[in-house]
Design a protein around this ligand. Sequence first.
Ligand code: FDA
Length: 392
Amino acid sequence: MKTDVLIIGAGAAGLMCAIAAGRRGRRVLVVDHANKPGKKILMSGGGRCNFTNLGVAPACYLSANPHFAKSALARYTPADFIALVEKHRIAWHEKEQGQLFCDESSKLIVRMLLDECAAAGARVETSCAVERVRKTEEGFAVLTVRGEVHAESLVVATGGLSIPSMGATGFGYALARQFGHAVRPTRAGLVPLTLSGKHLERYQDLAGVALPQAGARVGKRAFRAGLLFTHRGLSGPAILQISSYWQPGDDLRLDLAPDAEAADWLPAQRAARPAAELKNVLADLLPRRLAQRLCEVWFGSRPMRQYREAELREIGHRLHDWPVVASGTEGYRTAEVTLGGVDTDGLSSSTMQSKRVPGLYFVGEVVDVTGWLGGYNFQWAWASGHAAGEAA
Ligand code: FDA
């Protein structure tokens, strides 16, 4: 069979690309080996899909080339996607920090994309695995389990490696290499961090203890959001965010009380309540179980009058600059995204087209562009998919 544009991957980027190309009158076929389209959209945002972020800017993305995402992001913006959502009367709200969610269900976003595909004449076939791709004179011959498809343009929208149980494969990277593209080393991003040995033993039984606000810092990069102790280490949005910037051996620091000036506050508490035990005073700043544990392991817990002012200042400074020795990450099994991927040097930033092989495009997470937590990754999928769909 023949088509103008064949898209491999019916996820966020592939479906958006299909809509844009179909609207231009191109015959479009999307194939996906999974049994339904948009599985990651369905599971995203706790089932409500954090579909974009009002604060989207190129600086919110990690890539070997920090300029690469600029063009596509500027030409398909959060406002463009919101207009689409509103056209389909999907109710949405801003949760915090510019993060936009559906009021009801992620299913509505997948429905919207499929309806738009249908309106643009783009066909979507699921349970259709791709076995082989070869270059032909007119374009590409793609062998699928349902037969060979000939297409002028081929768009690779196969996503990253995270959550293999949802259909993630390394297929897009293999295809990139087949056509001579470099692939930057991949690793799990937006992922919980693990502790081991004595570091784990100290905090393991705090699993479930949460800080509504904490700072997490690696070098000059810092995030402030919630933090959660788990059975294996640390999670919560602040940890997920910093995980994309952390590599084994890096020095990770936490601010356990970012709203306080603990180095001044503790001496003031000594004056105000000299008989109170340190662990009870700290429980005003931190979850009680954490305050108690820090005292057991590090500070002791005596009446405040028994600490020198300098000691209390030192403890205060420590709370704002707490060193964590992470041993690793939870890996692709739970990661929201995959860092690295198809090297942007080989792609046009305005169309996502290969500079090596005309007619070949890479969009979405398979490309070496990874966003922060909070709707940034979908916005990259929409924007890069749209850019390719305008050109393919
Ligand atoms: P995506 O992974 O969506 O799609 C790739 C498609 O290709 C899949 O349908 C897959 O089956 C198919 N495929 C793979 N290999 C294939 C092959 N060999 N043959 C045929 N088909 C193949 N982001 C965000 O902005 N807001 C959020 O709320 C969330 N929440 C979230 C929760 C969880 C649990 C995860 C794992 C991830 C998120 N994300 C997110 C990240 C977001 O889901 C992700 O960045 C986008 O889905 C990437 O879109 P793509 O279309 O590039 O890949």
